[in-house]
Ligand binder design. Sequence first.
Ligand code: ADP
Ligand code: ADP
Ligand code: MG
Length: 449
Amino acid sequence: MFNKILIANRGEIAIRIIRACRELGVKTVAVYSTADKTALHAQIADEAVCIGPAPSKDSYLNSKALLAACEITGAQAIHPGFGFLSENSHFVRLCDKCGIKFIGPGADAMDAMGDKANAKKTMIENDVPVVPGSDGVVGTLEEAQEIAAKIGYPIMVKASAGGGGRGIRLVEKPEELEAAMTAAKQEAKQFFANDDIYIEKFIVNPRHVEIQLLADEHGNVIYLGERDCSLQRRNQKVLEESPSPIMTEDLRRRMGEAAVRAAKACGYANAGTVEFLVDKDLNFYFMEMNARIQVEHPVTEMVTGVDLVKAQINIAAGLPLQYKQEDIKLSGHVIECRINAEEPKNNFRPCPGKIKSIHMPGGFGVRIDTAVYQGYEIPPYYDSMIAKVLVKGEDRKEAIQKMKVALSEFLIEGINTNIDFQLNLLRDEDVESGNFDIGFLNRKDLTNY
Ligand code: ADP
Ligand code: ADP
Ligand code: MG
């Protein structure tokens, strides 16, 4: 096991990782920007190193400063959390060269999943269902027209190197195809310095269902059930739950086994998530693999009882998985609500500022992951998510009720949050009955409360 781990992140995920290290008896090094001098992670870690000014590109994305901090403190491994450098294979290779263990998949596995047209090919070869579409990258308009006519409109033009919803265009009619290709290529070139595009069928009103995986460095891979993340605003997840309201035992097994094949196909090790779209007939299609721990990982921790962050560290230390597939048992129903410093009634505008007072909920089956405290000033430079509230009930109905109670106890003064929006969401009859898809929050305005 490592003696000391550096956490290359901030906010609640940095706290989450520090806790896991402590439980394993590993010392922790926090890194912080000048804007985060008073941040909780910089205060509770065993050591803290300032790595640069407020903008992420000068601090949390500054790989040289991070590696220098390892050198100074003697940290043997880096946990990247999510966002920032977590899916940057160049950084992984730098860590390898410096003899620092990156707690995540290897650079080659990351690259294999990073190029989406390429990843799709690998999936097809490994019998993982993908959205019907082009066989890899599409070169010419004629080629695109031919493929689109074959699979039928509407279709999507997507950037191979895409991420964060960029480089994607919906095409409803043949006459829109050329303009969409040009626009997607242009955006892809601008953001990813790579204008390769591919085409796939547009799945109408699907759900987003993802499978959590753990893979060790000895070839063992297991799945830990699913998370339904269909409640999204502009492709950003708002509320996640497990089990998915549409799940059956047979579908879970088939999706889980497909996700395991996806990981094995690229020699993946550590925690990872395979995202699928599920259509109304319960056909599922591979969308992408996230090569990192995710925001919503506690949902899975609470239904399975498995500590995913400790598992990540154990895997990186070379230990074999502690669990076999048959050890993974799901119990109860878990919901997570993301609490953001934002103003839902003002187009969800971020709302940084000072927390004058705060009262957090608690009780049986309630978990809060956060890094804020009374008197803390939320800086404007980073993500607006300030807390995650999770509840576990015996069933979905009880979980919804428990979440309503928890959120109505949650008081924050000094800044605006989306707590009332989340409460309104939980009161919606379609949400209550589990009847929604990824477009739900774009079609229904729930900001009138
Ligand atoms: P997905 O990409 O599947 O939506 P997540 O919801 O886990 O995955 O995270 C979305 C992305 O938002 C992350 O990859 C990360 O880039 C960014 N992000 C969200 N919250 C934070 C945060 N607190 N700090 C840094 N990045 C964040
Ligand atoms: P990114 O890497 O930017 O997250 P994804 O390929 O995961 O890109 O797609 C982003 C979002 O676009 C998905 O979460 C889903 O809501 C939507 N989407 C992607 N592909 C399709 C498709 N073929 N049909 C319908 N919706 C899609
Ligand atoms: Mg995605």
